[in-house]
Design a protein around this ligand. Sequence first.
Ligand code: 5GP
Length: 274
Amino acid sequence: MAISGKTKSITPILDGKIGIVKSFDTLTAGDGAKKDELPGKGELATRTTCNVFEFLQKNGVPLAYIGRDGPDTFITRICNMIPVEVVVRKIATGSYLKRNPEVQEGLVFKKPVIEFFLKTSGRKFEDTELPCDDPMLRWDRKGSVCHLYFPDRPHEQGHICQLLYPLQEHSSLKRDLMTCERIARHVGYLLGKAWEKLGGALYDFKLEFGKLSDPKSEKQIVLADVLDCDSWRVIWEGVQLSKQKYRDGDKLEDVLAVYRVAAALTDKFPSMSV
Ligand code: 5GP
């Protein structure tokens, strides 16, 4: 039976080890507060994700992705998802500026900034009620205790609480996120180079990771989910090639045009050398 989210579904096959990911034509922003149907978007987003994943696969990034299927579906390994969004920032913009108001928009980071946000919905993580969704995760100086912070406030004004997570899971979460960070930096380098070759600039993007459940894989951490216009901010020839256009309230036909251009440009990714 398919498990459906806001913008895609996953249908397990072959004893649940493999899944078919289907992208919908639905577009959402603000955690579902804004929602529209954009016929054709599911196919374009799938094409972009497949292009990006095949490029990353060729360059040695461990992936859940297996291969293309239909126009709006691809095949993936099913894994246990790590409940964290990993954001890579190469150029300062977006929510980073809310947490760091002293930083000028457009600042190019010498080394990309990696941030972790806990994935929550309905302001809940497991049984814990939270004052906001997707709080930021940060470890204390010693690196032993993890705290949650409001994602839209400077840290000194934004502390929420300590992440109460069973101790063992807590230390394995830190270890897992260090692996995610290493892979995310590699993805940042590769994707940045690929967009640069096409005349684009990659500002930031979001990744999600999972652990393979097959015992032979020893719970290897792999890049999972999707990686398309909804996941990044890219400016190409002065055009914002990302969902940011939709978040900013642009006309739906212009938003669809962005998905089309991004799909056409990323068609070049799988054969690109960086
Ligand atoms: P920000 O934290 O500045 O809003 O977003 C940073 C980057 O992560 C942007 O490229 C944005 O597209 C991506 N991002 C952040 N949160 C989400 C999310 O919930 N879903 C998706 N698809 N991308 C996200």
